[in-house]
Design a protein around this ligand. Structure first.
Ligand SMILES: [Cu+2]
Length: 285
């Protein structure tokens, strides 16, 4: 590598780093930091999440459906200390594997190393994402699969949508490159978005089929508009859940979008005027 190239790469990395900081990017699943022993060597073990009890939950309406799980550190020890991130020590996302439009964002209770939350999911196969930061570790997105007994929903076609209606609110999405802007109205009139969990809104993305995950936090919402920088780790059809709050209540607007992921080429990041060269900076995940 020539000195010129090296300087160029360093510049790009610095520029990308500044960009990530500036936009408060969410983490991408699989972007797990090592928990390597200090004496080094060998492959690094990740943090894991482990369901406590049966991975097959009772049917909806039984009153007995409860998710219980532990987070284990790389040595297999139950994690008991967590940092608070966006007002919670753990954010639990649950999605139906065949149709991630079926989704819940939950905040389980914690006792004696075990997280637990009551759910009432209709029958099917599900994935949970525990979005958390054990004290002393990097942010983690840990996944586990489980099933729920009972009748399953009829399959619905997956269609791209730019507008969604939830609880009487109309939400419009405008995607411009990696900038995703949502505008919320009710009966044609703008609403006032409130901060939710320390951000103007939260956007969780789950890719269909691969079930890749992304979580982006908004810049402060302006009146009825909230914007995110969305950077998917892989290209494909993604389900996007916008969690927004109005008048003290949280709502989930659900979108399906085809997104060009990072490093797939033919996709120019809008770097806000920074010279990013000819695209070498894309493979930073
Ligand atoms: Cu949360």
């Amino acid at each position: 590598m020539t000195q010129l190239m090296r300087n160029r790469v360093v510049f790009i990395l610095v520029a990308v780093g500044a960009f990530v900081l500036a936009f408060g990017l969410g983490q991408v699943a699989g972007n797990k930091k090592d928990g390597a022993p200090k004496d080094g060597g060998g492959p690094t073990a990740p943090y894991t999440v482990k369901l406590v009890g049966d991975t097959d939950l009772p049917a909806a309406g039984s009153g007995k459906q409860e998710l219980r799980f532990e987070v284990l550190d790389p040595a297999g020890t139950v994690v008991t200390d967590y940092d608070t991130v966006h007002e919670k020590k753990l954010h639990l996302i649950v999605a139906e594997k065949a149709d991630p439009r079926i989704y819940a964002h939950l905040h389980p209770a914690f006792s004696d190393g075990v997280w637990s939350v009551a759910t009432d999911l209709v029958g099917g196969e599900f994935r949970l994402y525990a979005d958390t930061r054990p004290t002393g570790a990097d942010a983690q997105v840990l996944t586990a699969d489980f099933t729920v007994d009972g009748d399953r929903r009829a399959t619905r076609a997956m269609a791209v949508n730019d507008t969604a209606t939830v609880d009487g609110y109309d939400v419009a999405l405008r995607a411009d490159g990696t900038a995703y802007t949502f505008t919320v109205t009710k009966g044609g009139a703008p609403v006032t978005l409130q901060p939710y969990l320390g951000a103007g809104g939260h956007l969780v993305g789950i890719r269909t089929e691969s079930l890749d995950y992304l979580h982006a936090h908004a810049m402060a919402a302006k009146a009825n508009t909230v914007g995110f920088h969305v950077e998917a780790g892989s290209s494909g059809l993604w389900v996007l859940h916008l969690d927004f709050q109005v008048d003290g209540t949280v709502h989930d607007a659900t979108f399906v979008q085809r997104i060009d992921g990072a490093g797939m080429g033919g996709h120019d990041m809008d770097m806000g005027g920074m010279d990013m060269g000819d695209g070498e900076g894309h493979d930073h995940h």
